[in-house]
Write a protein that binds this ligand. Sequence first.
Ligand code: GLC
Ligand code: CA
Length: 552
Amino acid sequence: MLKWWQRTIVYEAYPSSFMDTNGDGLGDLQGLISKLGYLQSLGVGAIWLTPIYKSPMGDNGYDVADYYAINPLYGTMADMDQLLAAAKRHGIKIVMDLVVNHTSSECPWFQASSSGKDNDYSDWYIWRDGAEGGPPNNWGSIFGGSAWTWSEQRQQYYLHTFAPFQPDLNWENPKVRQAIYAVAQFWLAKGVGGFRIDAVPYIKKPQDYANGPVNPATGFAPIHNATANTEGILDFLHEFKQEVQGDRDIFTVGEANGVAAQQLPLWVGKDGVFDMIFEFSHLDVKFADGELWYKTKAWRLTELKQTIAASQANTSSNGWYPIFLENHDQPRSINSFLPEEADPILGAKALGMLLLTLRGTPFIYQGQELGMTNVDWTSIDCFNDLSTKNQYQLALDNGLTTTQAMKVMQKYSRDNARTPMQWSAQPNAGFTMGKPWLAVNANYKSVNAELEAEDKDSVLNWYRKLYSLRQEYEVLIEGDYKELLADSEEIFVYSRSTSTAKATVLINFTENTVSYPAELVEGTDPVLSNYENVQKGVLRPFEAVLYIALIK
Ligand code: GLC
Ligand code: CA
């Protein structure tokens, strides 16, 4: 028997950019409430809300100052309660983002911890003396620079996997773990449907804090390599599972960059720690060095298919995982996975087909269902994201021209996903009556929810059709996955099957017309295609077709 969260579609909402109702240019909780009907019409059963806690917003909420308070920029606790109640009426659960690896440096826990070595919070963060007049070791943080920052007040260094204003919590301290479980309990009592656990592979550190091999391009040893998925982490997470989840009917999904497909059974299997984890190997195929956006590589479709096949295989009989092509940290999928010449509507539909027909819970990132695309900004001043600024500087330091570096940002900046949601052709895409905190993508007049709702051939209505097909054909939810034509560098083909039905999905990732053995779909009918007049044996550029056969 599958659980509710294995059958549903999850929608990731990035509140800052979703819908603004008070004209301050930043999305808010009332904005989310106003769009619940829209999300229900997409078949969304849960919204993963990126952090809405009180925060100085150095990393847009991933720097939490108070886990028990709502960021006044987004609204009040009363708005949050209203959102939970209204969502419930729409059959939608709210899933909170638990940022547990670090807090904001403005969190009272850190303020106490940095004030001295002998108070109740002294051991809540990771403090070390320096070595040879510098930081304790050579680790470099994910957002650039040393992973250690000196505290004048405490006369020691503290560790931060991300920015200096995001000090890492000390998970070795049982009091810290209990404090986190208490946060989760508080939100569970409010009726949330689950948690997405942020940056979770970093919570455990190797206790020798040894130097690592330096990346010459940054001058540091990447902290990711030193700490991600450190031995012993699962002990913490088993405790988390027991304390937070128990036998509640919620789901947990960990952000697990650095956990390989082969380890999925340990993390999400029967005796695992979460219900699902985001596994990143399919997003990593495009990078030659995961630390540097400018070091990309040409990738082949077979590489992408192999990463997906590996995750599918490792969850086929034990465990489950989320399907995702986009989130608030990734560029838009059409720009990542398809060539530049791809027709944006055909391409968005082709990727939507992939997202909603693989085996797993699909996670739609806001605007993906409209076919939103990357930005074409030409100045670094247009960008807000701190990691974009760091990556831009790294590209320049390593010899790229400003034009070349700008191209890299257009392709990989996290702000590509963070531009305001495109609701209509009204000024600022109907997102705000004021000045949006981040510029709206220039294509909003043709790519927006209002227009697409009216057009039966739109990307939005394609997503709705895929949702209703998932309702109609159980095989799309439960069916076993089997890859076909695995060696093809042009088309992605797989089947899903149960004892009563077989679905076959064919997606052309290229601008060429490609033929395939028509026997693969013999005796079955196309139920959805992004072209008219489907012909068996041939796929036109970026064509995506779903065939279903019922077995008597
Ligand atoms: C996660 C979030 C990302 C954030 C980082 C630090 O990767 O998805 O947006 O910057 O954690 O909290
Ligand atoms: Ca607002």
